[in-house]
Design a protein around this ligand. Structure first.
Ligand SMILES: C[C@H](O)[C@H](O)[C@H]1CNC2=NC(N)=NC(=O)C2=N1
Length: 113
């Protein structure tokens, strides 16, 4: 079991490989609160985080934005009162790269900060 949250993203180029079905199955076990979904023919990772109010949801959103800039890998973020929906995928390859699993694990860690 690799420790995804301790890893760093690598530069993802257009010719980088998408994760295989086997890699997907293995990596999903490390981020059990996330779901693989397909949106507009692009496989993504998605999780909904619940908060007591909008202010706490916004604070989490801002921490996630800082993390994304640090790793230069950016999520989809849908901010609502008491909820933040986060999606990770790699635009460059139109699908899932290991970077997305690393960032999902790092996103979960923000709850402990
Ligand atoms: C130009 C391109 O957008 C950049 O190289 C980075 C920025 N952040 C990114 N974020 C994500 N999720 N996928 C990318 O391919 C990506 N590329």
């Amino acid at each position: 079991m690799s420790d995804l949250k301790e890893m760093k993203c690598e530069a993802c180029h257009a010719d980088a490989p998408k994760v295989s079905d086997q890699e997907l199955a293995e990596l999903m076990r490390e981020i059990p609160d996330w779901a693989p979904i397909v949106r507009d023919d692009v496989m993504q990772l998605e999780r909904v985080y619940k908060f007591k109010n909008f202010k706490l949801a916004l604070a989490f959103t801002n921490k996630l934005a800082e993390l994304a800039e640090e790793e230069f890998h950016h999520p989809g973020i849908f901010l609502e009162w008491g909820k933040v929906t986060v999606t990770w995928w790699s635009h460059a390859i139109g699908g899932l790269h290991k970077n997305d699993f690393i960032m999902a694990a790092k996103t979960d860690q923000l709850l402990n900060d």
